[in-house]
Design a protein around this ligand. Structure first.
Ligand SMILES: [Cu+2]
Length: 317
């Protein structure tokens, strides 16, 4: 009888112990992560406070979403430069920055021929750097979200907007190394709401209306060329206020003039990011919350209008 009475207690205790072990095991288990999560949920933050890029040193390859937070008082972007094997930030400082700084000083003094001669001193390996995307221009106190696909390798994050004294931000601290590992992130790109094609022949092409609210633009680089200012085409989204001077904006989008891409940014224009220079065939995405109003897409190249790379549009309610 005693045995019969204690048996249920023993079984209950046994079950409780098992449950408890189960609980402990559950706590140790890592959270279940569904494979192929959209990268937009796992963004890599890049912060600029003054003339800097604060972010991680290493990321995985494949699709990555970058949230670029511009906390500073100036307009910036970030561009990802994939370096050739064996080249590092030390080579940037020694071989790339001096010809650009000297060339820019000469442009500022009106010596265009001498400036070209200075740029001619760039090392041969400069021409095999692969500009691999990034944000478009981002106004002060704004944030942009851009998704890019990256091969593994050694990259430099840069911003070559100019300060009010004509100096490149690259020379003031906006140059940072980033290692992309030979291990895929497993992320997939976000689902786009509007598709844009960008090419040297057609310019910026998209169809349909753009409505307010959250939009994810998918930008296909149908080709890529080196423009007169030595860079490839990209896309920058701008909100145009009533006092926006469109000619001043177009002129400002060429760094190779004394006041081009230099602080202050044109009045009445708010830069909301975009997709930076990247190779033919590449696709990038950028996400933005839009209010109704007047907007434009513009490339950071000379004579963007003539090239079909300055497109105005209205955002409807
Ligand atoms: Cu900058």
């Amino acid at each position: 009888m005693v045995k019969n009475k204690t048996l249920p207690f023993v079984i209950t205790l046994y079950v409780l112990v098992l449950l408890c072990i189960g609980c402990k095991n559950d706590k140790k288990k890592p959270p279940v992560i569904t494979e192929q999560q959209p990268s937009i949920d796992k963004s890599i933050e890049i912060i600029t406070e003054v003339m800097d890029f604060q972010t991680v040193d290493t990321i995985t390859s494949g699709w990555n979403t970058f949230k670029y937070v511009n906390k500073s008082k100036e307009t910036h972007f970030f561009l990802l430069d994939k370096y050739p094997e064996g080249r590092t930030i030390e080579d940037t400082k020694r071989d790339i920055m001096p010809p650009f700084d000297k060339g820019m000083d000469l442009i500022n003094h009106g010596n265009m021929d001498e400036a070209m001669a200075a740029f001619g001193k760039l090392p041969e390996w400069f021409s095999i750097i692969v500009f691999s995307g990034g944000s478009g221009l981002v106004s002060p106190k704004h944030t942009s979200t851009t998704t890019v696909k990256l091969d593994s390798g050694y990259y430099i994050i840069e911003c070559y907007v100019k300060m009010a004294n004509g100096k490149f931000h690259t020379s003031m601290g906006m140059t940072k190394e980033l290692v992309v590992l030979d291990k895929d992130s497993g992320h997939t790109p976000p689902k786009s709401t509007i598709q844009i094609e960008l090419s040297s022949t057609e310019g910026i092409v998209f169809v349909g209306e753009v409505s307010s609210g959250k939009q994810i633009f998918e930008v296909t680089f149908k080709d890529q060329i080196v423009h007169e200012n030595f860079v490839g085409h990209d896309i920058n989204l701008v909100r145009l206020e009533e006092n926006a001077d469109l000619e001043a904006l177009e002129a400002w989008m060429n760094w190779a003039t004394p006041t081009g891409l230099m602080t202050p940014a044109p009045e009445g224009v708010l830069f909301l990011g975009g997709t930076n220079d990247s190779p033919a065939g590449s696709i990038q995405y950028f996400e933005v919350m839009l209010q109704p109003g007047n907007y434009a897409f513009i490339s950071e190249v000379p004579k963007a209008g003539e090239k079909g790379m300055f497109r105005h549009f209205k955002v409807t309610n």
